[in-house]
Design a protein around this ligand. Structure first.
Ligand code: SAM
Length: 261
């Protein structure tokens, strides 16, 4: 059975068995782990994943796709729900490896929902727009380097695996795609997450400005004395722009601003 693809749900179904196998090959799940697929659709990747990971569970919002999958794979656990309302804690059975040809209209919120709960995951293998994949893996002083690069690289180890042509989907999307693997084996930055996020977001909100100017509201709040702020700016080289800092430098800067040990 074919279901008519819904644009509003980002439905672009994979049609190339070679790409499907390459996505499944990228999932390196520990034996005791749980594998979860986001947006299985009509099961292009699901069938291959199930052969390798019989305990696979999937999260799908479209009831037509969920019905179809249930008929095809009667034993498959299907969560008929919005991935953005899914509680990652509800999956039992060890650390999660998550995989999916993502609905592109919500790539960033999905990424952040995983990064925010990274202690629950071993890895994520995601197909996304190529331009987003390039941002996740971008290095400082490049045009793609920004909030998404810093947040992803602080909380995971991202790898750009391969580019995927728009010709292997039905219907054909308007953009090129790429598969990225995030591995959650990096040490915890050990800093308050919401503070770190705020500093990164504020620093890049005016990326042409120096950090001294972009971060002024935060700096003024936490270092009200003008002379002390000037000394702080000199010590932390705030004449630089956000795009010049390595992800780790944002940790040091956040700690220093908030006086965290
Ligand atoms: N995995 C299939 C494939 O590769 O052919 C389909 C991928 S398609 C790009 C994205 C899938 O995500 C669709 O099946 C769509 O219904 C589902 N989806 C869209 N929004 C969703 C949401 N908020 N929560 C869960 N699934 C969603």
């Amino acid at each position: 059975m074919q279901i008519t693809p819904k644009k509003s749900l980002g439905q672009h179904f994979l049609t190339d068995s070679n790409i499907i196998r390459k996505i499944a090959d990228a999932v390196i799940a520990p034996e005791n782990g749980k594998v979860v697929e986001i947006g299985p659709g009509t099961g292009a990747v699901t069938g291959v994943l199930l052969q390798r990971f019989p305990g696979l569970e999937v999260v799908e919002i479209d009831p037509r796709a969920a019905d179809f999958l249930q008929q095809t794979y009667p034993g498959l656990t299907i969560h008929r729900q919005d991935i953005l309302k899914t509680d990652w804690n509800s999956f039992e059975g060890g650390p999660i490896s998550v995989v999916g040809n993502l609905p592109y209209y919500i790539t960033s919120p999905i990424l952040f929902s995983v990064l925010d709960r990274r202690e629950l995951f071993t890895q994520a293998v995601f197909m996304m727009q190529r331009e987003v994949a390039l941002r996740l893996t971008a290095q400082p002083r490049t045009k793609d380097y920004g909030i998404l690069s810093v947040q992803t690289q602080l909380w995971s180890r991202p790898e750009y695996l391969f580019t995927v042509s728009r010709n292997v989907f039905h219907p054909r999307p308007n953009v090129e795609s790429a598969v990225v693997r995030l591995t959650f084996d990096t040490p915890d930055p050990g800093v308050d997450r919401s503070r770190l996020k705020l500093v990164v977001r504020t620093a890049f909100s005016q990326r042409r400005k120096t950090l001294n100017n972009a971060l002024k509201p935060i700096l003024k709040e936490h270092i009200p004395d003008d002379a002390a702020r000037e000394a702080f700016a000199a010590e932390h080289q705030l004449g630089r722009r956000a795009e010049e800092l390595q992800p780790n430098e944002f940790i040091d800067l956040t700690r220093a601003i908030y006086g965290e040990p």
